[in-house]
Design a protein around this ligand. Structure first.
Ligand code: SAM
Length: 269
């Protein structure tokens, strides 16, 4: 079977991605992120979703009534889709991270979120560039939160990743099943990267189809984020949030920000 680049799914298959990614309670996840901020939490926060895709978290943030939401993604198709499936009030910008869109220059954020494993699309160097850009554009109490792969699950080939196989329904009512990753993957010998195969099978009224995509991912760690943050300024740090499995299953949630803020509000000191 021909293996297509995962970027093709995010461009020509944006609608399919939006459907298969609905397995989360976006409102609950956004509520959990807002609760990480030190009180009192204002109702005029600014939330930025990186690698936003359909911008479901940004849309849920607006629905929560906590303030404005912004989104950045490289895919034009995702931006078009987000305007119809998401909240049109999301300020959506097309940019290939770690480059940030110039329209966001001067805007400061309370929460910046990189959902489910997306930071893995960046090399260590590109991730460092993105984090170095994000930390200074946080408000004093702001947080950058990244949802990373759990190293323990990776060591087991993601066999125990609960969301590895997901059923979904396409807009025309046909059934789909995604397997992410499909089969075993091999770690590169040059670093913590691997080429994961993503399989999407759909069963339509007239025909069945199966497609496979190749997703090359970098596996970043808390330790790496701690190092990158400390290089930006000594008062920045990173911490893994405990007990997040219920809200963000299969992920390690890493929170970056000014040490004195999260040490106090997250009660991790
Ligand atoms: C796994 S999806 C995540 C979408 C969504 N945030 C979610 O949680 O379902 C990854 C998204 O990242 C985007 N993407 C991949 N590499 C990117 C880059 N370097 N800069 C910006 N967006 C990128 C893709 O277009 C895709 O929409």
């Amino acid at each position: 079977m021909t293996l297509r680049a995962i970027s093709e799914l995010y461009e020509s298959g944006a609608e399919i991605y939006e459907r298969l990614a609905r397995d989360r309670d976006f409102a609950r996840q956004v509520g959990t992120l807002v609760q990480l901020l030190p009180p009192p939490v204002s109702r005029s926060l600014r939330f930025l979703e990186l690698f936003a895709g359909p911008a479901a978290h940004a849309s849920a943030f607006i629905a929560s009534g906590h303030g404005e939401a912004f989104a950045v993604d490289a895919s034009r198709a995702m931006a078009r889709l987000a305007a119809t499936t998401g909240n049109p009030a999301v300020s959506y910008h097309i940019s290939t991270l770690p480059a940030f869109p110039p329209e966001l220059n001067g805007v400061r954020f309370d929460l910046i979120f990189a959902p489910r494993y997306s930071a893995g699309y960046l090399s260590i160097e590109a991730l460092a560039k993105m984090v170095r850009h994000c930390l200074p554009i946080l408000v004093a109490k702001g947080l950058l939160v990244l949802e990373l792969h759990d190293p323990q699950l990776l060591a087991g080939q993601l066999r125990n990743l609960g969301l590895k196989e997901r059923a979904f329904t396409l807009p025309d009512g046909s059934d789909g099943k995604v397997t992410w990753p499909h089969g075993e993957f091999q770690f590169s010998r040059n670093g913590w990267t691997a080429e994961l195969t993503v399989q999407i099978a759909t069963r339509g009224p007239n025909a069945d189809s199966t497609s496979q995509f190749s997703s090359v991912e970098h596996f970043h760690s808390l330790e790496l984020l701690q190092f990158i943050c400390s290089e930006v300024a000594p008062d920045f740090g990173a911490v893994a949030l405990p007990s997040m499995e219920r809200h963000f299953p299969g992920s390690v949630l890493v929170c970056c920000g000014r040490r004195r803020i999260w040490e106090k509000s997250l009660n991790l000191a």
